[in-house]
Design a protein around this ligand. Structure first.
Ligand code: NAD
Ligand code: GLY
Length: 370
């Protein structure tokens, strides 16, 4: 049985289905959205090798012709070169504006395909079939699409909502444990930012989620999607509350930039350390208690995720370099830094005018090099 969550965006509202067996239902669920029975499926080599045949069978079973576009896995594909290549391959298929593109993979495939769909012939519809925990609970929902540039992550992109999201929990069976943990950093984020009850549930049940126990996994993914759908429905283009979803990201992006956006530190791992740091920084600013910051840190650390600079390969990082990355972050406005800070567990808020010197001092207390 799958759960159905709606992202309420008036005439662009769409359904997120969460549950087992959804890949096999992809044909019947996607067919009503198509103007003609053909589609392009963008996937990466790993996902396509593991699950491509099942998705193809499901689509062809509904008489939909499938043109696969298989790209290299990894963050480096989410680039101008990757976008140019994908756009060219879509054009070669002669898809028109009435056709739909399917993004079948993790956040890299989803962000790149979503952006290509946003600009292909001035915009074409797309469907997300997320295959990582991170993509199921975060990146496939909400319509943020982007590529990276040498100046930073996600700096060129568009808001472009999918028409449907199918989060099949079965595909997570093949996800490497490290990627599962990285996705879990985004799961715990929802508890920390706005649902203390969910945070407590994760303290008790996080190991079951990581072990992919069906009930626990379904509850966790559905709760995250519900929260994201609610936030996006209220603030699609991040004028306010949606920024809460960036908890841990300002510290996290700086660490990703320092470590080169690669295998040394996955995005979710950076967000994990970033969230622990955001709570400790909040405690240092007198916004929440040290006990609450420690509790957040313990829950993140219990999942085997990094919580301190010293847990990240490449440490010691220079405080100055980290602050420089934060200032370049697109969330920086008028020289002041924007952070998501917390008044308690489940009580995050947007702090728009954080003093860079206070952040630098904090980083020194965290063991950053002067
Ligand atoms: P990813 O897409 O790189 O996937 C991680 C790895 O897992 C890849 O090697 C992939 O081939 C493999 N993989 C995917 N599904 C698999 C499966 N079922 N079985 C086995 N292997 C599988 O990484 P990700 O963590 O999914 O996404 C990270 C990206 O998402 C970053 O670029 C980040 O910026 C972006 N992101 C976007 C948003 C958003 O709102 N758009 C939110 C969060 C993160
Ligand atoms: N991942 C942050 C957002 O979707 O707003």
């Amino acid at each position: 049985m799958s759960r159905r969550i709606v992202v309420g965006l008036a005439d662009r509202a769409y359904e997120v289905a969460v549950g087992p067996g959804l890949l096999d239902q992809a044909g019947q669920r996607i067919a009503p959205l198509l103007k003609r029975p053909r589609t392009a499926v963008v996937s990466d080599e790993t996902v396509w090798g593991l699950h491509g045949a099942r998705l193809t069978a499901a689509l062809e079973g509904a008489r939909i012709a499938v043109s696969p576009i298989v790209i290299s896995p990894g963050e480096q594909t989410k680039s101008f070169a990757g976008l140019a290549d994908l756009s060219d391959r879509l054009l070669a298929l002669e898809l028109d504006r009435g056709d739909l593109i399917i993004a079948f993979g993790g956040g890299v495939v989803g962000d790149l395909t979503g952006f290509a769909a946003a600009i292909y012939k001035r915009g074409v519809g797309f469907v997300q079939i997320p295959t990582t925990l991170l993509a199921q609970v975060d990146s496939s929902v909400g319509g943020k699409t982007a590529i990276d540039t040498p100046r930073g992550k996600n700096l060129v992109g568009a808001f472009h909502q999918p028409r449907l999201v199918l989060a099949d929990l079965d595909v997570l069976a093949t996800l490497p444990d490290r990627e599962m943990r990285a996705g879990y950093a985004e799961v715990i984020k929802y508890g920390l930012l706005g649902d203390f009850g969910f945070f407590e549930w994760l303290e008790a049940n996080g190991a079951k989620v990581l072990a992919r126990e069906p009930e626990a996994l379904a509850h966790a993914v559905a709760r995250c999607v519900e929260m994201k759908a609610e936030i996006v429905g209220e603030d699609e283009t991040e004028q306010g509350r949606r920024a809460l979803l960036n908890l841990g990201h300002t510290f996290g992006h700086a660490l990703e930039a320092e470590t080169g956006y690669g295998a040394a530190l996955l995005h979710g791992e950076a967000v994990a350390a970033g969230q622990a740091m955001a709570f400790r920084f909040s405690a240092a600013q007198g916004l929440c208690s040290r006990q609450e910051a420690t509790r957040a840190e313990l829950a993140i650390g219990a999942a085997g995720l990094p919580v301190r600079l010293g847990d990240v390969l490449g440490h010691p990082f220079a405080a100055e370099a980290l602050v420089r990355h934060m200032a370049q972050d697109k969330k920086a406005e008028g020289g002041r830094l924007t952070f998501i800070l917390a008044r308690g567990l489940g009580e995050a808020f947007v702090a728009k005018d954080v003093d860079a010197a206070a952040v630098r001092d904090f980083l020194l207390t965290e063991g950053a090099a002067p």
